[in-house]
Every structure is written in structure tokens, then in C-alpha cells.
Design a protein around this ligand. Structure first.
Ligand SMILES: Nc1nc2c(ncn2[C@@H]2O[C@H](COP(=O)(O)OP(=O)(O)OP(=O)(O)O)[C@@H](O)[C@H]2O)c(=O)[nH]1
Ligand SMILES: [Mg+2]
Length: 359
């Protein structure tokens, strides 16, 4: 799962990328205004994985992960005439966005629009994405109408279906509303998957608060479905991410920071993508796997290996809470709490799964 970090110039994208990933990329004027992408894979902190690891004492412990891509070079005007080339690819590839919005005051850091105004800034980039999607919709409409004209009744039956969907998208975008607000069926989603509509993707807004902790809700109204807002102190968190854990602890006490926001942002990123974790356990490995919320047992098996999905027979499932309450796998089994589930079973967050298969 990949989140693109987007935001206006100097909003603190790279700073927050560093805070989330522990990297130390140069920030400030060094890279300003250039299209440049840096990616890093980050573990999703999960105390359940820690507990399972303590219980099974495996050789390896593997957390669920999220990939962040710091995308430099976005600004007002980028969508003019449609997004092109690498830029478009990079944005289209993302499963969702982390939209960094500047809320910090600092005279030494120029703001591209002079004043600090989070509401204006978030709407500026959102407006660019709306426009980029509208250009895309209009291109599709033109193409589909062309096919209909040329082939008439012999046209592929998907054409009128897509035409109708694109008309619906057009109305939405012209009203300056993002596509993610619409109810879109699975079939429709499949039809448009390749187009990479930007306003269809979920968004986590990260307000870069600067040195003063402030309430995000006082600074920004962002009340849309499939979005969330979180505040964090970008620069301080990026510095903390460079310290050894003990030193970071001291620093946090000094500044009165109870919990690192970076960990919270990573958790929220994961939630944003409508995915959940199930676990596999054993002496060799304790591991968290990611599947879509609502996935069936065979689909979960497929997340581990496609062969396990093909050869799926049954899933042995332990509930995380049952296992912790029982104290061990053996105790859970003798209490009769190991469940056998079939193909229809919908996997739940925190399930500990063993797949029986015929491969
Ligand atoms: N005072 C203060 N400065 C910050 C904070 N976060 C970032 N900055 C500074 O703002 C400047 C821009 O930060 P970057 O992280 O490079 O911003 P960016 O969005 O990646 O910028 P571009 O990639 O050039 O568009 C740098 O000089 C940072 O040190 C903050 O929380 N407080
Ligand atoms: Mg940057």
C-alpha cells in the first residue's frame, strides 16, 4: 500500500517524510520546485504483533507496512492542460494521499502565497486535483462519444455504461466536489481502475503545526468522506526520529510530548486505506498481513501466497483476544476456542490464521 505525500512547496512534505520514515533527506531550498520522488517502507506499529512475538518467541517478527512517497514539485497550475508523464504516473499509482498543509509560522521559511492559511492551501491543491480529473473525464467522454458515433449500435456494450459514469463524474467535478464522495460499484471501479482518478483516492491531511502544539480542528474544516485530519509538529518529530530511543524519550519529556505523532500518522494512514491486519504465528515467524476489510478467508490466504488461495481447504482461526486471555495456544485449544472456518468466512481484524490447503 502506497501513500503519496503531497502538498504545496515548503509545507514540510520532506520534513514529515523524514519524521515518518527515520530518513534524513535534505529539506528546504535544496530541492524546491523540482519533480522528485523519494520512497520508503515503514512498519505499522502494532502492540498485538509485539505481544504475539513475546508469546511465540519466533526467529522473525514482521509488521504490516505502508510505503510513503514524498512527491516534490506540486504547486498551483500543475493541472493546466492535464497532468502529464511521470507526475501523473506517480500520483495515479498511489492508493491514497498524505496531504501536508502548512500551519507553522516562520519568517525564515517563505510561503509561496505569502501568508499562512491552511484552509486556502488545502483547497488550492484539491482544486488542482479536481481540475486534473475533469480534464481526464472530458478526454474519456470525447473518446467514448467518438466510438458511439462511428459504430452506432454495433458499439461495445461497455461504452454506454462508461459514458453514463463519466457524465456523472463530470457533474460532480464541475460542482467542485471530489469523486470519492460518490457511491461507485465494484463493477464501475473495475472499469475505471486504470485511469488513476486523483479525487477518488482517500486523503489524510497532516497539518504541520510547527513548534506550538495546536488543535487541528481549530485550523481547518475538512469534512469529507474517506478523509481524516491529523496535526503534528513536523520539524520536532523529524529531529526526534533521528535520535536514539532513550534520547528521544528525554527530549519528549522535556517538550511535554506524550506520544509521537509519527506513530499515530502511520496508524491513521493504514486505517485510511480500508485495510486490516490478520496474523500468522509460529516458531519461525510472527507476521502481520494486510487485506481489505471484508476479505474472505481464501482472499486472506491469497495475500500470503496465491497457491494457498488456489488450494484453500479451511482456515483455523484464533481470535487475538481469546489467545491473550487463554495465555497460550495449547490452553486456547483445550478451551475449544480454535475455530475452523470455510470459504465464506469474512476475515476480521486481529484474526490469527492458519490455512489448511492442498498444495
Ligand atoms: N519552523 C518550522 N519550520 C519547518 C517545520 N517543518 C518544516 N519546516 C521548514 O520548512 C522548510 C521546508 O520544509 P520541507 O520539508 O523541505 O518542505 P517541502 O514541502 O518538502 O518543500 P518542497 O519539497 O521544496 O516543496 C524547511 O526549511 C524546513 O526546515 C516546522 O514544523 N517548523
Ligand atoms: Mg520536499
Amino acid at each position: 500500500m502506497r501513500l503519496g505525500i503531497i502538498g504545496l512547496p515548503n509545507s514540510g512534505k520532506t520534513t514529515i517524510f523524514n519524521a515518518l520514515t527515520g530518513q534524513n533527506l535534505p529539506t528546504g531550498a535544496a530541492t524546491s520546485g523540482q519533480f522528485e520522488v523519494h520512497t520508503a517502507v515503514v512498519n505499522v506499529p502494532d502492540p498485538r504483533v509485539d505481544k504475539l512475538s513475546a508469546m511465540y518467541n519466533p526467529r522473525k517478527t514482521i509488521y504490516a507496512t505502508v510505503t510513503y512517497a514524498d512527491i516534490g514539485g506540486l504547486d498551483k497550475g500543475i493541472s493546466e492542460g492535464g497532468l502529464k508523464g511521470q507526475f501523473r504516473n506517480e500520483l495515479a499509482q498511489a492508493d491514497g494521499f498524505l496531504h501536508v498543509v502548512r500551519a507553522f509560522e516562520d519568517d525564515t521559511v517563505p510561503h509561496p502565497y505569502i501568508t499562512v492559511d491552511p484552509q486556502r492551501d488545502v483547497e488550492t491543491l484539491d482544486g488542482e486535483f479536481l481540475l486534473a480529473d475533469l480534464v481526464m473525464v472530458e478526454k474519456r467522454l470525447e473518446k467514448l462519444q467518438g466510438e458511439l458515433r462511428i459504430r452506432g449500435k454495433a458499439v461495445d456494450k461497455t461504452v454506454p455504461v462508461e459514458l453514463e459514469l463519466m457524465e456523472r463524474f463530470k457533474v460532480q467535478l464541475e460542482a467542485e466536489r471530489p469523486l470519492r464522495e460518490l457511491d461507485i460499484t465494484d463493477d464501475e471501479n473495475r472499469m475505471i481502475r486504470g485511469y488513476g482518478f486523483l479525487t477518488l483516492k482517500p486523503v489524510l491531511v497532516a497539518l504541520n503545526l510547527g513548534d506550538e502544539p495546536k488543535a487541528a480542528a481549530d485550523l481547518l474544516h475538512y469534512d469529507h468522506p474517506h478523509t481524516n485530519v491529523v496535526g503534528l509538529q513536523g520539524k520536532i518529530e523529524a529531529e526526534l526520529a533521528q535520535l536514539a530511543p532513550d534520547d528521544a524519550q528525554l527530549f519528549m519529556e522535556e517538550y511535554g510530548i506524550a506520544e509521537l505523532s509519527a506513530a499515530k500518522v502511520i496508524r491513521l494512514s493504514y486505517q485510511l486505506l480500508a485495510i486490516q491486519s490478520f496474523f500468522t504465528v509460529g516458531e519461525d515467524e510472527v507476521r502481520a498481513w494486510s487485506v481489505a476489510i471484508g476479505a474472505t478467508a481464501p482472499e486472506a490466504a491469497g495475500a500470503i501466497h496465491s497457491d494457498l488461495q488456489k488450494g484453500f481447504i479451511r482456515a483455523e482461526v484464533m481470535k487475538y483476544d481469546d489467545l491473550i486471555a487463554a495465555g497460550s495456544e495449547a490452553a486456547l485449544k483445550s478451551a475449544g476456542k480454535m475455530r475452523l472456518e470455510g470459504k465464506e468466512y469474512i476475515v476480521q481484524d486481529g484474526d490469527i490464521v492458519h490455512i489448511r490447503h492442498s498444495m
